[in-house]
Design a protein around this ligand. Structure first.
Ligand code: DSN
Length: 443
């Protein structure tokens, strides 16, 4: 970054600091990952200079001869990777991808049906206060008390509400989604079925999570999570989708542009292409298997140490910890772990008695750790670190006579975390672990 260093030292220094933060901490937010230098180079290339509204060989601007070849190449890679007849690689991220699908096939006010937020759904799946519920009529399904998706409830709700689209997807559900059940329910009511596989796309590519492609009409995914690419997204139309509506892929293309987006970000599209190339390597299958092995060991070890997990475990890359038996809020545990260089996020749990801003859980993932080659032993060590932090927090909390309500106060939470002496000790151990498993330039 010698040019950046010379031109803009302030930005240069901040990037360097973030680089060091990533190197020295455990990336355990399940939606994050570490893209290769090749992906970064494609993203940082001159492609960002180019405008090209439209699609290959159908642009509104001149000068797109190489851009057309590039987008076609990335589309072909996406189609091959997911065995679909059509792919749009222009969505700027997952939220616009989902909104584009809705606008492609629905009229304002039509009914959409997604998983509710506290059960692990995403904002764009019809959550209150979002465009997906403002411009469409949103009805939502959920999980049962144990955190498993309630397929009977889903079936009844679909029958009653007759949604035009059902969205099968989650952001904090650790179990396999049952694509066949979703598809039977959607077919019964004549709804489109969309799978948003943002979290699990890489696991599907690696063959360690069942693919929704035979069962759904449309697939959306981001590209920066388990796919380990740049920020961006794709919309895939399946054979089943084209059977339901032969114009589906065309409608989706039109919904992206001119529907909701302008000029594509070709630098990101190139980065997506590089990531898809990397992911097609046999080594990616080993990576996917290890992500799941790591999540299972993390889950088992946490359980052994007295943690309750929503659904009791995991089939995927993430673990959702229910902290109610620890009498601590997700905020406190997430902030304490952050100080110990373990970066995870607070998260709601199904039927959470606490409000979304002060939820009762934390969400942990293994994709970022697995990208650094960490394996079972490291997962056990990390579960041990988290256990020590949580039991030390409990002791400090008793000593300070704080209630759960007190934890909602930032200053009191800060006092609790800063007086928990073990945190800096764990931070040193985490830093040593990170040093042993450096971030790699290539995969
Ligand atoms: N923000 C992502 C996540 O963390 O799950 C979803 O978009």
């Amino acid at each position: 970054m010698k040019n950046l260093k010379k031109t803009d030292p302030a930005i240069y220094q901040l990037i360097n600091k973030e680089n060091k933060r990533q190197a020295d901490t455990l990336m355990m937010i399940p939606s994050e990952n570490i893209a290769s230098k090749a992906v970064e180079e494609a993203m940082g290339s001159c492609l960002g200079n180019k405008y090209g509204e439209g699609y290959p060989n159908r642009r509104y601007y001149q000068g797109n001869e190489y851009i057309d070849q590039l987008e076609e190449l990335v589309i072909e890679r996406a189609k091959k990777m997911f065995s679909v007849p059509a792919a749009n690689v222009q969505p700027l991220s997952g939220s616009p991808a989902n909104f584009a699908v809705y606008t492609a096939i629905l009229a304002p006010g039509d009914t959409i049906m997604g998983l509710n937020l506290s059960s692990g759904g995403h904002l764009t799946h019809g959550a209150p206060f979002t465009a997906s519920s403002k411009y469409f009529r949103s009805v939502q399904y959920g999980t049962n008390k144990d955190g498993w998706i309630d397929y009977d409830g889903l079936r009844k709700l679909a029958k009653k509400e007759k949604p035009k689209i059902i969205i099968a997807s989650t952001t904090s559900y650790a179990r396999f989604l049952e694509w066949k059940k979703f598809s039977e329910i959607a077919e019964n009511v004549g709804a489109y079925l969309m799978a948003d596989i943002a979290h699990i796309a890489g696991l599907i590519v690696a063959g360690v999570y069942p693919s929704p492609v035979p069962y759904v009409h449309i697939v959306t995914t981001t590209t920066h999570k388990t796919l380990r690419g740049p920020r961006g997204a794709m919309i895939l139309t399946t054979v089943k989708g084209l059977k339901k509506d032969p114009d589906l892929a065309k409608k989706i293309d039109k919904a992206i542009i001119p529907g909701i987006q302008g000029g594509p970000h070709f630098n990101n599209i190139a980065g997506i292409g590089v990531a898809l190339y990397e992911d097609s390597n046999a080594k990616f299958k080993t990576y996917g298997r290890q992500i799941i092995k790591n999540a299972r060991i993390l889950a088992e070890t946490l359980k052994k140490h007295g943690f309750n997990l929503v659904t009791g475990g995991t089939d995927s890359h993430l673990v959702l910890v229910d902290l109610r038996n620890k009498e601590l809020l997700g905020n406190t545990v997430a902030e304490a772990c952050d100080l110990a260089k373990i970066v995870l996020n607070r998260n709601g749990i199904p039927f959470d008695p606490n409000p979304p801003f002060y939820p009762s859980g934390v969400r942990l993932g293994t994709p970022g750790l697995t990208s650094r080659n960490m394996k079972e032993k490291e997962m056990r060590d990390i579960a041990g670190f988290i256990t020590k932090i949580v039991s030390a927090l409990q002791k400090t909390k008793t000593k300070l006579k704080l209630s759960l309500e007190d934890e909602k106060n930032k200053d009191k939470r800060h006092a609790l975390v800063s007086q928990t002496r073990i945190i800096p000790i764990i931070a040193k151990q985490v830093k040593a672990l990170c040093k042993k498993f450096p971030i790699k330039d290539s995969y």
